[in-house]
Design a protein around this ligand. Structure first.
Ligand SMILES: [Zn+2]
Length: 503
């Protein structure tokens, strides 16, 4: 911060690190103190941790305005604690100074997952390529920092990570250690950005709090994003995190889930917030939720089961599967998915399904009464009808080329496909893991989507108990797998890095 107005360059920091911008009156008080006492910058008015580098800056900057700065003898009594990297010093300054720049270093500015709110920079900046959702590499000129060093701008793009507002036009700056969020940028997209001594609050146009950023111990307003565990504390993050964990469930349904206590283990998600999820925007064709078929004609599980076969999928799954066989129980809307190499396997999987569910529900008590499918040959064949006749299951067919008649299953297929697509795209998971994505989508949707017209999830209707979602993880997120199988050398890594794919 400077007292004599902004510098020519709109973006500057000190030595790649964000500066703490002091309020004008604080700076004035420091200067007043400097002038009045003619010698010592008191610790109380300066920051507690004035470090060597700050001293140098002071020297550089104050030299510009012809102020003599002398390094005092550094005595250990000024060093507050040995653990502090930054040595506390007195700064001596001559009396006839009139202007002064004050800079403050952030202690942890080199942590590349910290985002600093900075009023000194006109654009958002980062030196970490991985943060970008879409990065256009081009020569964007240079950024000049406060100490005169220049860094090259290598590109520009949008940053969209959970816990942060969407940051468009962020500069990718070569070698920049810290991540800076421009206050000017925030002011442009939100209604209000206000600071007090503890917290910076960002409020959107509807008056909702989008973000609260606490003042960190190094006196910066800093947002720490934990890249691995996503242990986020902000309301906005929590909502976003659970949105991801629950297979990018739409925010309205998510709030309903919380409000009505439909599942257990879901934390308080805070007030409704405007969160934009880029993967959702990119992957979901229709934003409006699919029309619900709220009329349920059945009275108990397994009275009617809908079936369908999806595929072939263009990319073979990692296990060489190409088709998805979907079964939906009409009453609970509980769904099962099986992955097939070819269509003819449908019958085997249907037999497997019948055994599985009838066993689960207790033989003889609740049996499948009716099944409904289309006229495809994989369902309409001699083996199928023989098997159904044997069990006393009546097989209904929807009229050809009118998928509306099979609405329940069609809708389910679309939901599963969309969820899987978002889950794959949002974490850039390889395409051939689509089966894992669909499986997780099915698992999640059974446990979090409520059946139309009720406040119960499919899981609850099927298993007669509420599900606890507290162990849910985001599909495709990094995880560490403890390596306890292989014989480990003394210095081998104890765990392998993996992707979380299935429950
Ligand atoms: Zn999403």
């Amino acid at each position: 911060m400077s007292l004599n107005g902004p510098r020519q360059s709109s973006m500057y920091g000190y030595r790649n690190r964000p500066r703490k911008t002091l309020e004008k009156h604080v700076v004035e008080k420091v200067v007043d103190d400097l002038l009045a006492k003619s010698c010592v910058v008191p610790h109380s008015t300066m920051h507690k941790k004035v470090d060597n580098a700050l001293f140098d800056i002071f020297e550089n900057v104050t030299n510009e305005v012809k102020v003599h700065v002398k390094k005092p003898n550094i005595e250990s009594k000024h060093v507050r604690s040995k653990s502090e990297r930054h040595v506390v010093k007195n700064v001596w300054i001559r009396k006839d100074t009139s202007k002064c720049h004050v800079a403050q270093y952030a202690l942890h500015a080199n942590s590349s997952y910290s985002w600093y709110l900075d009023s000194g920079c006109g654009r958002n900046m980062t030196g970490n390529k991985e943060f970008f959702k879409n990065l256009v590499l081009k020569d964007g000129g240079w950024v000049t920092f406060g100490d005169g060093t220049k860094k090259q701008v290598l590109g520009k793009g949008t940053i969209c990570i959970p816990g942060l507002p969407k940051l468009r036009n962020t500069l990718y700056v070569d070698g920049l250690q810290a991540n800076l969020i421009s206050i000017t940028h925030l002011c442009r997209i939100f209604k209000e950005v206000s600071f007090n001594k503890d917290v910076c609050t960002i409020i959107d146009k509807k008056g909702n709090v989008v973000l609260r950023v606490k003042r960190s111990i190094d006196n910066c307003y800093c947002l720490k994003i934990d890249p691995l565990t996503c242990n986020m504390t902000h309301e906005c993050n929590k909502l976003d995190l659970w949105h991801q964990r629950l297979g990018h469930m739409n925010f309205k349904d998510l709030k309903k889930l919380e409000k009505h206590g439909i599942v257990r283990g879901l934390p308080n998600l805070g007030k409704k917030l405007e969160v934009v999820c880029e993967p959702c925007q990119l992957s979901k064709q229709t934003k409006v939720s699919h029309k619900e078929n709220s009329y349920i004609a059945t009275k108990r599980p397994l009275e009617l089961v809908h079936m369908d076969l999806m595929g072939p999928i263009q990319t073979e799954s990692i296990n060489g599967k190409k088709y998805i066989f979907v079964c939906v129980d009409d009453f609970s809307r509980f769904t099962w998915v099986y992955f097939l190499r070819n269509k003819t396997e449908a019958f085997d999987y249907f037999k497997k399904f019948c055994n599985q569910v009838q066993n689960e529900k207790g033989l003889g008590i609740k049996k499948i009464c009716r099944i409904r499918s289309d006229h495809e040959t994989e369902f309409e064949n001699a083996k199928f009808s023989e098997f159904c006749d044997g069990l006393g299951i009546s097989h209904e067919f929807s009229a050809p080329r009118t998928p509306q008649q099979n609405g329940v299953i069609e809708r389910k297929n679309r939901v599963l496909q969309e969820m899987a697509r978002v889950m794959l795209n949002s974490k850039k998971v390889p395409r051939n893991l689509w089966a894992e994505a669909v499986n997780t989508a099915c698992y999640v949707s059974n446990r979090v989507f409520k059946r139309p017209d009720t406040k119960q999830t499919s899981y609850e209707l099927w298993k007669a108990k509420k599900h606890n979602v507290s162990y849910f993880h985001t599909f495709g997120s990094k995880c560490y797998i403890l390596n306890d199988r292989d014989h480990l050398g003394k210095f081998d890594a104890k765990s392998d890095v993996g992707l979380f794919l299935e429950y």
